[in-house]
Ligand binder design. Structure first.
Ligand code: NAD
Length: 369
Protein backbone atom coordinates (compact mmCIF):
# COMPACT_ATOMS: atom_id res chain seq x y z
CA UNK A 1 0.00 0.00 0.00
CA UNK A 2 1.30 3.49 -0.79
CA UNK A 3 1.75 6.05 1.95
CA UNK A 4 -0.86 8.82 2.24
CA UNK A 5 0.40 12.05 0.65
CA UNK A 6 0.30 15.54 2.10
CA UNK A 7 1.29 18.91 0.67
CA UNK A 8 2.17 21.45 3.35
CA UNK A 9 1.79 25.12 2.44
CA UNK A 10 2.74 26.92 5.65
CA UNK A 11 2.42 30.41 4.14
CA UNK A 12 3.12 33.68 5.91
CA UNK A 13 3.25 35.22 9.39
CA UNK A 14 2.40 32.68 12.09
CA UNK A 15 1.63 30.06 9.40
CA UNK A 16 5.10 28.45 9.53
CA UNK A 17 5.16 28.67 13.35
CA UNK A 18 1.91 26.78 13.87
CA UNK A 19 2.68 24.36 11.03
CA UNK A 20 5.97 23.40 12.71
CA UNK A 21 3.90 21.90 15.54
CA UNK A 22 1.73 19.96 13.07
CA UNK A 23 4.89 18.57 11.47
CA UNK A 24 5.91 17.21 14.88
CA UNK A 25 2.59 15.37 15.10
CA UNK A 26 2.98 14.00 11.57
CA UNK A 27 6.43 12.77 12.64
CA UNK A 28 4.93 11.25 15.78
CA UNK A 29 2.53 9.21 13.65
CA UNK A 30 5.47 7.78 11.71
CA UNK A 31 7.51 7.01 14.84
CA UNK A 32 4.82 5.82 17.20
CA UNK A 33 1.89 4.59 15.11
CA UNK A 34 3.60 3.28 11.99
CA UNK A 35 1.64 5.68 9.79
CA UNK A 36 4.06 7.41 7.46
CA UNK A 37 2.82 10.34 5.45
CA UNK A 38 4.73 11.32 2.31
CA UNK A 39 5.04 15.04 2.92
CA UNK A 40 6.07 17.68 0.41
CA UNK A 41 6.26 21.39 1.12
CA UNK A 42 5.83 24.46 -1.02
CA UNK A 43 5.05 28.17 -0.95
CA UNK A 44 1.73 30.01 -0.92
CA UNK A 45 0.79 33.64 -0.32
CA UNK A 46 3.29 36.44 0.21
CA UNK A 47 6.30 34.13 0.46
CA UNK A 48 5.39 32.64 -2.96
CA UNK A 49 5.04 36.15 -4.38
CA UNK A 50 8.52 37.02 -3.08
CA UNK A 51 10.03 34.06 -4.98
CA UNK A 52 7.80 33.62 -8.04
CA UNK A 53 5.98 36.95 -8.42
CA UNK A 54 2.64 35.16 -7.97
CA UNK A 55 0.95 33.95 -4.75
CA UNK A 56 0.64 30.38 -6.06
CA UNK A 57 2.95 28.99 -8.76
CA UNK A 58 1.48 26.67 -11.41
CA UNK A 59 3.75 23.85 -10.25
CA UNK A 60 2.41 24.20 -6.69
CA UNK A 61 -1.15 24.16 -7.99
CA UNK A 62 -0.39 20.96 -9.92
CA UNK A 63 1.03 19.31 -6.77
CA UNK A 64 -2.08 20.30 -4.80
CA UNK A 65 -4.22 18.49 -7.38
CA UNK A 66 -2.23 15.28 -6.96
CA UNK A 67 -1.91 14.83 -3.19
CA UNK A 68 -4.45 13.25 -0.87
CA UNK A 69 -4.69 16.41 1.22
CA UNK A 70 -3.28 19.93 1.40
CA UNK A 71 -2.49 21.48 4.81
CA UNK A 72 -2.31 25.27 4.75
CA UNK A 73 -1.09 27.62 7.50
CA UNK A 74 -2.08 31.20 6.73
CA UNK A 75 -1.38 33.85 4.12
CA UNK A 76 -0.99 37.62 4.06
CA UNK A 77 0.68 40.45 5.92
CA UNK A 78 1.10 44.22 5.85
CA UNK A 79 4.10 43.99 3.50
CA UNK A 80 1.78 42.73 0.77
CA UNK A 81 -1.13 45.15 1.31
CA UNK A 82 0.16 47.42 -1.47
CA UNK A 83 0.17 44.68 -4.11
CA UNK A 84 -2.27 44.64 -6.98
CA UNK A 85 -5.43 42.66 -6.19
CA UNK A 86 -4.48 40.02 -8.79
CA UNK A 87 -1.31 38.98 -6.91
CA UNK A 88 -2.36 39.53 -3.30
CA UNK A 89 -1.52 36.57 -1.02
CA UNK A 90 -5.22 35.68 -0.58
CA UNK A 91 -5.47 35.07 -4.33
CA UNK A 92 -3.26 32.01 -3.84
CA UNK A 93 -5.80 30.54 -1.44
CA UNK A 94 -8.72 31.44 -3.72
CA UNK A 95 -6.97 29.75 -6.66
CA UNK A 96 -6.55 26.55 -4.65
CA UNK A 97 -10.21 26.52 -3.63
CA UNK A 98 -11.42 27.29 -7.15
CA UNK A 99 -9.21 24.93 -9.16
CA UNK A 100 -9.66 22.06 -6.73
CA UNK A 101 -13.42 22.80 -6.85
CA UNK A 102 -13.73 22.69 -3.07
CA UNK A 103 -17.47 23.17 -2.79
CA UNK A 104 -18.04 21.96 0.78
CA UNK A 105 -16.56 24.07 3.56
CA UNK A 106 -16.57 22.32 6.94
CA UNK A 107 -16.47 24.50 10.02
CA UNK A 108 -16.72 22.60 13.29
CA UNK A 109 -17.77 24.37 16.46
CA UNK A 110 -16.44 22.28 19.28
CA UNK A 111 -16.20 23.50 22.84
CA UNK A 112 -13.46 21.99 24.97
CA UNK A 113 -14.68 21.71 28.53
CA UNK A 114 -11.67 23.57 29.92
CA UNK A 115 -12.52 26.60 27.76
CA UNK A 116 -16.30 26.69 28.30
CA UNK A 117 -15.99 29.85 30.39
CA UNK A 118 -14.36 31.58 27.41
CA UNK A 119 -17.60 31.62 25.46
CA UNK A 120 -19.91 34.62 25.49
CA UNK A 121 -22.70 32.15 26.31
CA UNK A 122 -23.29 30.36 29.62
CA UNK A 123 -21.13 27.32 30.35
CA UNK A 124 -24.10 24.92 30.41
CA UNK A 125 -25.15 26.00 26.90
CA UNK A 126 -21.73 25.42 25.31
CA UNK A 127 -19.87 22.82 27.42
CA UNK A 128 -19.50 19.65 25.35
CA UNK A 129 -20.74 21.36 22.17
CA UNK A 130 -19.67 19.54 18.99
CA UNK A 131 -21.42 20.61 15.81
CA UNK A 132 -20.35 20.84 12.19
CA UNK A 133 -21.50 23.45 9.71
CA UNK A 134 -21.21 22.49 6.05
CA UNK A 135 -21.30 25.60 3.90
CA UNK A 136 -21.63 25.48 0.12
CA UNK A 137 -18.55 27.41 -1.01
CA UNK A 138 -18.42 27.80 -4.78
CA UNK A 139 -21.87 28.99 -5.86
CA UNK A 140 -24.89 30.96 -4.63
CA UNK A 141 -25.22 34.71 -4.28
CA UNK A 142 -21.46 35.39 -4.11
CA UNK A 143 -21.05 34.08 -7.67
CA UNK A 144 -24.47 34.31 -9.40
CA UNK A 145 -25.05 36.52 -12.45
CA UNK A 146 -26.22 39.17 -13.06
CA UNK A 147 -24.25 41.09 -10.48
CA UNK A 148 -23.09 44.68 -10.32
CA UNK A 149 -24.17 48.24 -9.67
CA UNK A 150 -26.37 49.53 -12.47
CA UNK A 151 -28.22 52.74 -13.21
CA UNK A 152 -32.00 52.53 -13.30
CA UNK A 153 -33.78 55.79 -14.04
CA UNK A 154 -32.19 58.44 -11.87
CA UNK A 155 -30.65 56.18 -9.26
CA UNK A 156 -28.26 53.25 -8.95
CA UNK A 157 -29.23 49.71 -8.07
CA UNK A 158 -26.95 47.04 -6.57
CA UNK A 159 -27.68 43.51 -7.77
CA UNK A 160 -26.52 40.08 -6.71
CA UNK A 161 -28.18 36.88 -7.75
CA UNK A 162 -28.77 33.78 -5.68
CA UNK A 163 -28.43 30.89 -8.11
CA UNK A 164 -28.16 27.16 -7.39
CA UNK A 165 -28.39 24.22 -9.76
CA UNK A 166 -29.78 20.90 -8.60
CA UNK A 167 -26.37 19.26 -8.96
CA UNK A 168 -24.67 21.94 -6.85
CA UNK A 169 -27.18 21.39 -4.07
CA UNK A 170 -27.04 17.60 -4.36
CA UNK A 171 -23.26 17.36 -4.07
CA UNK A 172 -23.00 19.49 -0.93
CA UNK A 173 -25.95 17.60 0.57
CA UNK A 174 -24.08 14.34 -0.06
CA UNK A 175 -21.01 15.76 1.72
CA UNK A 176 -23.17 16.61 4.73
CA UNK A 177 -24.83 13.18 4.85
CA UNK A 178 -21.46 11.41 4.52
CA UNK A 179 -20.09 13.50 7.39
CA UNK A 180 -23.13 12.83 9.53
CA UNK A 181 -22.54 9.10 9.15
CA UNK A 182 -19.08 9.60 10.70
CA UNK A 183 -20.57 11.67 13.56
CA UNK A 184 -24.02 11.77 15.16
CA UNK A 185 -25.95 10.71 12.02
CA UNK A 186 -28.17 13.82 11.98
CA UNK A 187 -28.37 16.61 9.37
CA UNK A 188 -30.31 19.86 9.64
CA UNK A 189 -30.64 21.68 6.31
CA UNK A 190 -31.13 25.46 6.51
CA UNK A 191 -32.53 27.82 3.85
CA UNK A 192 -35.34 30.32 3.44
CA UNK A 193 -37.81 28.22 1.45
CA UNK A 194 -40.58 30.46 2.82
CA UNK A 195 -39.38 33.47 0.80
CA UNK A 196 -36.79 32.28 -1.78
CA UNK A 197 -37.31 29.99 -4.78
CA UNK A 198 -33.68 28.88 -4.51
CA UNK A 199 -34.59 27.79 -0.97
CA UNK A 200 -37.57 25.78 -2.25
CA UNK A 201 -35.30 23.97 -4.71
CA UNK A 202 -32.65 23.50 -2.02
CA UNK A 203 -35.17 21.80 0.28
CA UNK A 204 -36.54 19.59 -2.51
CA UNK A 205 -33.11 18.41 -3.64
CA UNK A 206 -31.82 17.75 -0.11
CA UNK A 207 -34.99 15.76 0.62
CA UNK A 208 -34.58 13.70 -2.58
CA UNK A 209 -30.87 12.93 -2.00
CA UNK A 210 -31.75 11.90 1.54
CA UNK A 211 -34.61 9.59 0.52
CA UNK A 212 -32.70 7.94 -2.32
CA UNK A 213 -29.19 7.66 -0.86
CA UNK A 214 -29.10 8.34 2.88
CA UNK A 215 -32.38 7.19 4.47
CA UNK A 216 -30.40 5.98 7.53
CA UNK A 217 -29.42 9.58 8.43
CA UNK A 218 -31.97 11.68 10.36
CA UNK A 219 -32.84 14.80 8.32
CA UNK A 220 -34.62 17.96 9.46
CA UNK A 221 -35.17 21.35 7.81
CA UNK A 222 -35.09 24.79 9.38
CA UNK A 223 -35.40 28.34 8.09
CA UNK A 224 -31.98 29.95 8.37
CA UNK A 225 -33.18 32.87 10.54
CA UNK A 226 -34.62 30.41 13.05
CA UNK A 227 -31.35 28.47 12.73
CA UNK A 228 -29.43 31.56 13.86
CA UNK A 229 -31.67 31.87 16.91
CA UNK A 230 -31.40 28.17 17.73
CA UNK A 231 -27.61 28.27 17.46
CA UNK A 232 -27.48 30.84 20.21
CA UNK A 233 -30.39 29.43 22.27
CA UNK A 234 -29.52 25.73 22.26
CA UNK A 235 -26.62 24.86 19.91
CA UNK A 236 -26.26 21.31 21.25
CA UNK A 237 -29.48 20.28 19.46
CA UNK A 238 -27.48 20.13 16.18
CA UNK A 239 -25.04 17.60 14.75
CA UNK A 240 -24.40 18.57 11.08
CA UNK A 241 -25.91 21.72 9.56
CA UNK A 242 -25.85 22.09 5.76
CA UNK A 243 -26.57 25.42 4.18
CA UNK A 244 -25.78 27.70 1.26
CA UNK A 245 -22.83 30.04 0.76
CA UNK A 246 -24.32 33.22 2.25
CA UNK A 247 -26.19 31.70 5.19
CA UNK A 248 -23.21 29.43 5.83
CA UNK A 249 -20.84 32.39 5.96
CA UNK A 250 -22.90 34.05 8.68
CA UNK A 251 -23.96 30.96 10.63
CA UNK A 252 -20.47 29.41 10.72
CA UNK A 253 -18.90 32.60 12.10
CA UNK A 254 -21.61 32.86 14.75
CA UNK A 255 -21.22 29.18 15.69
CA UNK A 256 -17.42 29.44 15.80
CA UNK A 257 -17.55 32.22 18.33
CA UNK A 258 -19.64 30.06 20.67
CA UNK A 259 -16.40 28.29 21.43
CA UNK A 260 -13.96 31.12 22.19
CA UNK A 261 -10.61 31.96 20.59
CA UNK A 262 -9.74 32.22 16.91
CA UNK A 263 -6.61 30.26 17.76
CA UNK A 264 -8.77 27.17 18.35
CA UNK A 265 -10.77 26.96 15.11
CA UNK A 266 -9.96 24.45 12.36
CA UNK A 267 -11.62 24.07 8.96
CA UNK A 268 -11.70 21.82 5.93
CA UNK A 269 -12.79 22.39 2.35
CA UNK A 270 -13.71 19.28 0.39
CA UNK A 271 -14.38 18.57 -3.27
CA UNK A 272 -15.39 15.55 -5.31
CA UNK A 273 -13.79 12.14 -4.69
CA UNK A 274 -10.55 11.44 -6.58
CA UNK A 275 -9.69 8.13 -8.29
CA UNK A 276 -8.60 6.67 -4.91
CA UNK A 277 -11.98 7.51 -3.39
CA UNK A 278 -10.62 10.31 -1.18
CA UNK A 279 -12.17 13.75 -1.64
CA UNK A 280 -10.06 16.64 -2.91
CA UNK A 281 -9.24 18.37 0.36
CA UNK A 282 -7.67 21.46 1.88
CA UNK A 283 -7.32 21.78 5.66
CA UNK A 284 -6.50 25.10 7.32
CA UNK A 285 -7.04 27.05 10.52
CA UNK A 286 -9.72 29.73 10.33
CA UNK A 287 -7.32 32.41 11.58
CA UNK A 288 -5.03 34.55 9.41
CA UNK A 289 -1.31 35.22 9.54
CA UNK A 290 -1.57 37.34 12.73
CA UNK A 291 1.19 39.83 11.86
CA UNK A 292 0.85 41.42 15.31
CA UNK A 293 2.34 38.32 16.98
CA UNK A 294 4.26 36.70 14.09
CA UNK A 295 7.84 35.73 14.88
CA UNK A 296 7.31 35.92 18.64
CA UNK A 297 6.63 32.25 19.33
CA UNK A 298 3.29 33.13 20.93
CA UNK A 299 0.78 31.80 18.40
CA UNK A 300 -1.64 29.10 19.43
CA UNK A 301 -0.97 26.05 17.21
CA UNK A 302 -4.19 24.23 18.21
CA UNK A 303 -6.35 25.44 15.27
CA UNK A 304 -3.75 24.09 12.84
CA UNK A 305 -3.33 20.85 14.82
CA UNK A 306 -7.12 20.33 14.89
CA UNK A 307 -7.15 20.95 11.11
CA UNK A 308 -4.73 18.03 10.79
CA UNK A 309 -7.07 15.97 12.98
CA UNK A 310 -9.83 16.77 10.48
CA UNK A 311 -7.55 15.48 7.70
CA UNK A 312 -7.10 12.22 9.63
CA UNK A 313 -10.86 11.86 9.93
CA UNK A 314 -12.11 13.05 6.55
CA UNK A 315 -9.28 12.26 4.13
CA UNK A 316 -7.68 9.22 5.70
CA UNK A 317 -10.57 7.46 7.44
CA UNK A 318 -8.59 7.51 10.68
CA UNK A 319 -11.42 8.65 12.91
CA UNK A 320 -10.00 6.98 16.03
CA UNK A 321 -6.67 8.78 15.49
CA UNK A 322 -8.49 12.09 14.99
CA UNK A 323 -10.21 11.39 18.33
CA UNK A 324 -6.76 10.75 19.82
CA UNK A 325 -5.41 14.14 18.67
CA UNK A 326 -8.53 15.95 19.88
CA UNK A 327 -8.31 14.15 23.24
CA UNK A 328 -4.65 15.19 23.56
CA UNK A 329 -5.66 18.82 22.96
CA UNK A 330 -8.46 18.48 25.54
CA UNK A 331 -5.97 16.98 28.02
CA UNK A 332 -3.43 19.84 27.82
CA UNK A 333 -6.20 22.39 28.15
CA UNK A 334 -7.64 20.52 31.14
CA UNK A 335 -4.13 20.54 32.65
CA UNK A 336 -4.32 24.34 32.55
CA UNK A 337 -1.80 24.92 29.74
CA UNK A 338 -2.66 28.07 27.82
CA UNK A 339 -1.12 30.11 25.01
CA UNK A 340 -1.49 33.88 25.43
CA UNK A 341 -4.76 34.07 23.46
CA UNK A 342 -6.38 31.65 25.93
CA UNK A 343 -5.44 33.50 29.10
CA UNK A 344 -8.60 34.25 31.06
CA UNK A 345 -9.31 36.48 34.02
CA UNK A 346 -7.67 33.94 36.35
CA UNK A 347 -4.21 34.99 35.07
CA UNK A 348 -1.20 32.68 35.08
CA UNK A 349 1.79 32.38 32.77
CA UNK A 350 1.16 31.64 29.11
CA UNK A 351 3.23 29.05 27.28
CA UNK A 352 4.58 29.51 23.76
CA UNK A 353 3.79 27.81 20.46
CA UNK A 354 6.54 25.19 20.75
CA UNK A 355 5.70 24.32 24.35
CA UNK A 356 2.05 23.84 23.44
CA UNK A 357 3.05 21.52 20.59
CA UNK A 358 5.38 19.57 22.88
CA UNK A 359 2.66 19.23 25.53
CA UNK A 360 0.27 17.82 22.91
CA UNK A 361 2.95 15.33 21.79
CA UNK A 362 3.41 14.30 25.45
CA UNK A 363 -0.35 13.79 25.75
CA UNK A 364 -0.29 11.67 22.58
CA UNK A 365 2.53 9.58 24.09
CA UNK A 366 0.48 9.18 27.27
CA UNK A 367 -2.51 8.00 25.21
CA UNK A 368 -0.51 4.91 24.18
CA UNK A 369 0.28 3.61 27.67
P1 NAD B 1 -5.86 37.21 12.01
O1 NAD B 1 -6.70 35.99 12.13
O2 NAD B 1 -4.53 37.04 11.41
O3 NAD B 1 -5.66 37.87 13.47
C1 NAD B 1 -6.76 38.41 14.23
C2 NAD B 1 -6.34 38.46 15.72
O4 NAD B 1 -6.33 37.14 16.26
C3 NAD B 1 -4.93 39.02 15.93
O5 NAD B 1 -4.90 39.78 17.11
C4 NAD B 1 -4.08 37.77 16.08
O6 NAD B 1 -2.92 37.97 16.87
C5 NAD B 1 -5.05 36.81 16.74
N1 NAD B 1 -4.75 35.42 16.34
C6 NAD B 1 -5.04 34.86 15.14
N2 NAD B 1 -4.60 33.60 15.13
C7 NAD B 1 -4.02 33.36 16.32
C8 NAD B 1 -3.39 32.22 16.90
N3 NAD B 1 -3.24 31.06 16.22
N4 NAD B 1 -2.90 32.33 18.15
C9 NAD B 1 -3.05 33.47 18.84
N5 NAD B 1 -3.65 34.57 18.36
C10 NAD B 1 -4.14 34.52 17.11
O7 NAD B 1 -6.72 38.26 11.18
P2 NAD B 1 -6.30 39.72 10.63
O8 NAD B 1 -5.43 40.40 11.64
O9 NAD B 1 -7.57 40.33 10.21
O10 NAD B 1 -5.46 39.43 9.31
C11 NAD B 1 -4.03 39.38 9.28
C12 NAD B 1 -3.59 38.93 7.90
O11 NAD B 1 -4.05 37.60 7.68
C13 NAD B 1 -4.15 39.77 6.77
O12 NAD B 1 -3.17 39.88 5.76
C14 NAD B 1 -5.33 38.96 6.26
O13 NAD B 1 -5.62 39.22 4.92
C15 NAD B 1 -4.81 37.55 6.45
N6 NAD B 1 -5.84 36.51 6.62
C16 NAD B 1 -5.54 35.32 6.08
C17 NAD B 1 -6.43 34.27 6.26
C18 NAD B 1 -6.04 32.92 5.71
O14 NAD B 1 -4.88 32.71 5.42
N7 NAD B 1 -6.96 31.99 5.61
C19 NAD B 1 -7.61 34.44 6.99
C20 NAD B 1 -7.85 35.69 7.56
C21 NAD B 1 -6.95 36.72 7.37
Amino acid sequence: MTNPTLLILAGDGIGPEVMAEVKKIIGWYGDRRGVTFDVSEDLVGGCAYDVHGVPLADATMAKAQEVDAVLLGAVGGPKYDVLDFSVKPERGLLRLRKEMDLFANLRPAQCFDALADFSSLKREIVAGLDIMIVRELTSGVYFGEPRGIFVEGNERVGINTQRYTESEIARVARSAFELARKRGNRVCSMEKANVMESGVLWREVVTKVHAEEYPDVALSHMYADNGAMQLVRNPKQFDVIVTDNLFGDVLSDAAAMLTGSLGMLPSASLGLPMANGRPKALYEPVHGSAPDIAGQGKANPIACILSFAMALRYSFDMGAEADRVEAAVAKVLADGLRTADLMGAEGGTPIGTTQMGDAIIAALDASLV
